[in-house]
Design a binder for this molecule. Structure first.
Ligand code: NAD
Ligand code: AHE
Ligand code: ZN
Length: 369
């Protein structure tokens, strides 16, 4: 069949809207019509040539929502017309990682996902006979995609696609980092670096679990109002300080944060996020994805004296189990999504979403097919 898609033919070039050929689902696979997709900073990072796994030409996008249109042989967990969110972190419930109960990082198809192909090693997209690669096992910048059933979360049908798609990455990543990875408790002090599409969800997650101080840090002053909208109690702009940001935050939290979160992908910020944590117990969670080749550093003394450095992918959420619950939280009004979706556009305008993100003018842009 044919599918309309925004293709990244090369790094650092605008996406091109073209009609691709798409091969149908094989054993255990499903054809999904993508109804809406968000644009996450990780898509920009890959498009900008900063991803060590970046492959071109590819159909990017990993924050979508859609409808099951065709089932391959043997599919049992979803049915025609089900509403689904594609999962870049699948949940096979059979691999060592899934069975461990210790992680959401299902390993069953991670290797082929990283190579831009389906689990059988083939790509299903092509353009004029040329192979086009998949991305993060999702490729939601295409109107139709083929997904393994283990990488589909079935969601309720009353959740609007143009909002639910954000749960496919940003919402789950931010809220889950607080509730699952960090397990923030009532009364904890939290510092969030980077108040974009992820950081604001960390803030609303911290508000939801009853954190005490929720301090937002951003170099863009317009983010103060955004943070306050979702529960931030204090705002810090590092460019406006006369002391170091770490000293300032340690003073503001009476000795350091119980939890901090990096939502910038900047390795220097990651260091500040660790070092503003409380001596003896503070934990810093790295969410941001750093450019290929970048490394984090700190004095080992920071860890010797009880600070903890952790990371979180997809908020520690198990996709098929947790994503439908997060959709319930949204529909039941426990978390907000609508105000964070600042721009909605057609696929033909998808490059504007990247421009808005780079200019710091959007929180989330969503493409509706
Ligand atoms: P975004 O562009 O919407 O937001 C980034 C924010 O960081 C902006 O508000 C920007 O002003 C701020 N910022 C930049 N440099 C800063 C600095 N030096 N100090 C303080 N603030 C600074 O991006 P996003 O979509 O929110 O994504 C944030 C990061 O999270 C990216 O690195 C992305 O790749 C990553 N991410 C990780 C996961 C995961 O599962 N670990 C999931 C989604 C996104
Ligand atoms: N390809 C990058 C890694 C990128 C990365 O860490 N991705 C996150 C999700 S970002 C979503 O916006 C993730 O899930 N990581 C776990 C995994 O298995 O990729 C690189 O550095 O090579
Ligand atoms: Zn993302």
């Amino acid at each position: 069949m044919k599918t309309r898609a925004a293709v990244a033919f090369e790094a650092k070039q605008p996406l091109e809207i073209v009609e691709l050929d798409l091969e149908g689902p094989k054993e255990g696979e499903v054809l999904v019509e993508i109804m809406a997709t968000g644009i996450c900073h990780t898509d920009a990072y890959t498009l900008d040539g900063l991803d060590s796994e970046g492959i071109f030409p590819a159909v990017l996008g990993h924050e979508g929502a859609g409808i099951v249109r065709e089932l391959g042989p043997g599919v049992t967990s979803v049915a025609l017309d089900d509403h689904v969110i594609p999962l870049y972190t699948p949940e096979c419930r059979q691999c060592k990682s899934c069975l461990s109960g210790k992680t959401n990082l299902c390993t069953s198809i991670r290797a082929t996902q990283g190579k831009g192909v389906m689990p059988d090693g083939t790509s299903r997209f092509s353009y004029k006979g040329q192979k086009i690669y998949h991305y993060m096992g999702c490729s939601t910048f295409s109107n139709f995609v083929v997904m393994p059933e283990i990488a589909l979360a079935k969601i309720r049908k009353d959740a609007p696609f143009d909002k639910a798609c954000y749960i496919g990455c940003g919402v789950t990543t931010g809220v889950g980092a607080v509730t699952k990875t960090a397990n923030v408790q009532v009364g904890d002090n939290v510092v969030v670096f980077g108040l974009g599409g992820i950081g604001l969800n960390v803030i609303q997650g911290a508000r939801m679990v009853g954190a005490d101080k929720i301090i937002g840090v951003d170099i863009n002053p317009t983010k103060e109002a955004w943070g306050r909208k979702f529960g931030m109690t204090d705002f810090v702009n590092p460019t406006q300080l006369s002391t170091s940001v770490v000293e300032h935050l340690v003073a503001l939290t009476d000795g350091g944060a119980d939890f901090s979160f990096d939502c910038t992908g900047n390795v220097n910020v990651m260091r500040d996020a660790l070092e503003c944590c409380h001596r003896g117990w503070g934990t810093s969670v790295v969410i941001g994805v750093a450019e290929a080749g970048k490394e984090i550093a700190t004095r080992p003394f920071q860890l010797v004296t009880g600070r903890n450095w952790r990371g979180s992918a997809f908020g520690g959420a198990k996709g098929r189990t947790d994503v439908p619950k997060i959709v319930d939280w949204y529909v039941d009004g426990k978390i907000e999504i609508d105000p964070m979706i600042t721009h909605t556009m057609g696929l033909e305008d998808i490059n504007k979403a990247f421009d808005l993100m780079h200019a710091g003018e959007s929180i989330r842009s969503v493409v509706v097919f």
